[in-house]
Design a protein around this ligand. Structure first.
Ligand code: AGP
Length: 608
């Protein structure tokens, strides 16, 4: 997704903008640019390609003087990646520069209207329409202009705008796309996410839709579309700069894989108190829970794979029917929703457009929405009825790992909380589950200690063209995540299959040497998955198995086995997924792929 930064203050703006854009690179982009106000002129430099191109063109920002500016990394939606389509975009007179994240859905009719009034366009982007529209509305009063702009635009967008007539201020606004205001000392900033602000401040404003921000070096003013001032409460961000840096690791993804024990510990510990599960700011009591007739869990990508794990666990914990939906499908299938529906939405970024849209659909029909998110103040966090944060810290790599693991941890807490409220656990069971959660971070650490074994396997297997992941029950849900991790960063085709389903067609694809990763940690189904493993082995597959320590039942047929510590069955996914994350990472590393920023992908997909 696109990244936006803006700065006004005592520092040279261009280097600040370039540094901010660098922290947003992980969002995925294919061009970049900056625009700075200087000597009554807007200096703009932009180009297709990575930030390095921009650094070279601007001599690391030194060749673009000025103390106020905006910057952008573009993930192409309208118009191919090119110099002319890169942001910022100028209005015809050069009086306005605009950067934009999102999609303007009515840009074509706005463009036609402007063209009929003689405006000409040089790019294929919807953003240039915004720049021209600002010029069209401008009457000397930027706040009035911004209000007219908001009333004309349809779609999801966050904007940064500088005006040649106003050397002291730049303007910003959001509508269904993330934008955060950084409150510095003698300087103020905007960014698409907090990571780009941490080098300057840990005090931020999270904006609500249609709040117009006027930023000067010494103050930030916010107005609504009635021109009324809006008072905001600054939020303190606990993350420090290092949290959003590599810290000596070669890739953010590997750093985040290795951070999982600590992230899971931070997510669990505050909620495990004296043998009890403590969930703060949580409004689901036993009466409300007992009234739920249906639970939907809705998410995208890896968060959807957590939902697939959660289905098994929450149905076991509550005996309430649980339906799991891909968010982009949910709202178009006419889901049956009422006041007796609990809707759980899972999202690392809290800004995934498909998940936001599904959540709003659920709320509109009376569902009680519980969000599991990682980013404080994100759209999903602010619109849900209840929020359980995953304290994973900033996750920079596009391929999620620690956020996935902390989402699982929150699901375990929720399941235990619900089972306790419904009286479905004996004291001994509660104590056993509680202790298993306490032990989980250390078991994660132990699993990661064997990473070199996976590294060796990856060095032997990285040139496969298609890899299958199979499992049953919770192992099937984890197989989905293992397959996605591999596809995302190594670009190797992969499929996840329920072990029992393979024989109903896809087994025709198994040939001598086909790599099949068999997840065999579900004790009560071990003989079933072993049979599935024998079916593929009989057709020449190379069998890589994941099993729990001490279980040798696949040793006789697997070509390689990776053992993970044994825990309670419903916590096992947290450990089973680790070798799969590592396998994907080492295979992609062997192939020399762009691990933190895989091609075509974005960290937060804020468009539908
Ligand atoms: C996972 O590695 C991918 N980056 C992607 O599938 C991601 O999980 C999905 O886009 C959902 O993102 P969210 O959790 O921020 O909503």
């Amino acid at each position: 997704m696109c990244g936006i930064v803006g700065y006004v203050g005592g520092k040279a703006a261009a280097p600040v903008l370039l540094k901010g854009l660098a922290t947003l690179e992980y969002r995925g982009y294919d061009s970049a640019g900056i625009a700075v106000w200087h000597n009554n002129k807007i200096e703009m430099v932009k180009a297709a390609g990575k930030l390095q191109v921009l650094r070279q063109l601007t001599d690391e920002g030194q060749s673009v003087p000025g103390f106020m500016g905006i910057g952008h990394t573009r993930w192409a939606t309208h118009g191919e990646p090119s110099d002319v389509n890169a942001h910022p975009h100028l209005s015809s007179s050069g009086r306005f520069a605009v950067v934009h994240n999102g999609i303007i859905e009515n840009y074509q009719q706005l463009k036609n209207r402007l063209q009929r009034r003689g405006y000409e366009f040089v790019s294929q982007t919807d953003t240039e329409v915004i720049a021209q529209l600002v010029e069209y509305y401008y009457n000397g009063d930027m706040l009035d202009t911004m209000i007219k702009l908001l009333n004309a635009l349809e779609g999801a967008y966050s904007l940064g705008i500088i005006c040649l007539d106003d050397p002291e201020h730049f303007y910003a606004v959001r509508q269904d796309a993330p934008l955060v205001v950084g409150l510095g000392q003698g300087e103020n900033l905007i960014a698409s996410d907090v990571a780009a602000l941490l080098a300057y401040t840990q005090e931020v404003y999270y904006l609500d839709d249609r709040e117009i921000v006027v930023l000067a070096a010494d103050k930030v003013e916010i107005y609504d579309t009635n021109r009324d001032a809006v008072e905001k409460q600054a939020q303190h961000i606990d993350w420090d700069v290092s949290a959003a840096e590599k810290g000596g690791y070669e890739h953010f993804m590997f750093k985040e894989i290795m951070e999982q024990p600590d992230s899971v510990r931070k997510t669990l510990s505050p909620r495990l108190q004296d043998g009890q599960i403590k969930l703060d700011d949580f409004n689901i009591d036993v009466e409300r829970l007992a009234n739920f007739r249906k639970i939907y869990i809705v998410a995208c990508g890896s968060s959807y794979h957590v939902a697939a794990v959660a289905k098994y666990i929450l149905e076991e914990a509550t005996r309430i029917p649980v339906e799991v939906d891909i968010a982009s499908e949910f709202r178009y299938r006419g889901p049956i929703i009422g006041e007796d529906t609990l809707m759980i939405v899972i999202s690392q970024s809290g800004e995934t457009a498909d998940t936001i849209a599904a959540m709003r659909e659920g709320r509109a029909h009376g569902a009680h929405v519980l969000a599991i998110v990682n980013v404080l103040g994100s759209t999903i966090a602010r619109e849900a009825d209840d929020v359980l944060y995953t304290w994973a810290g900033p996750e920079i790599a596009v391929a999620t790992t620690k956020a996935y693991s902390t989402q699982l941890a929150v699901i375990y807490l929720l399941a235990l909380k619900f089972a306790g409220l419904l009286g479905r656990l004996t004291e001994q069971e509660q104590a056993e589950c509680y202790q298993a959660l306490v032990n989980l971070p250390e078991q994660l650490e132990r699993t990661l200690q064997d990473k070199e074994k996976i590294q060796f396997l990856a060095s032997q297997l990285y040139n496969k063209h298609s890899i299958f992941f199979i499992g049953r029950n919770l192992d099937y849900a984890v197989a989905m995540e293992g397959s996605l991790k591999l596809k995302e960063i190594s670009y190797i085709h992969s499929e996840a299959y329920a072990g029992g389903e393979l024989k109903h067609g896809t087994i025709s694809l198994i040939e001598p040497g086909t790599l099949v990763c068999t997840l065999a940690t579900c004790d009560r189904l071990i003989e079933k998955i072993k049979s599935n493993a024998e079916e593929v082995k009989a057709r020449g597959a190379y069998l890589l198995a994941v099993a729990v320590e001490g279980d040798e039942r696949l040793a006789g047929i697997a070509d390689a086995i990776f053992y993970v510590p044994k825990t309670l069955p419903w916590l096992q996914p947290s450990l089973t997924v680790i070798p799969l994350q590592l396998f994907a990472y080492y295979v992609a590393s062997q192939k020399g792929c762009s691990i933190d920023q895989p091609k075509n992908l974005a960290k937060s997909v804020t468009v539908e």
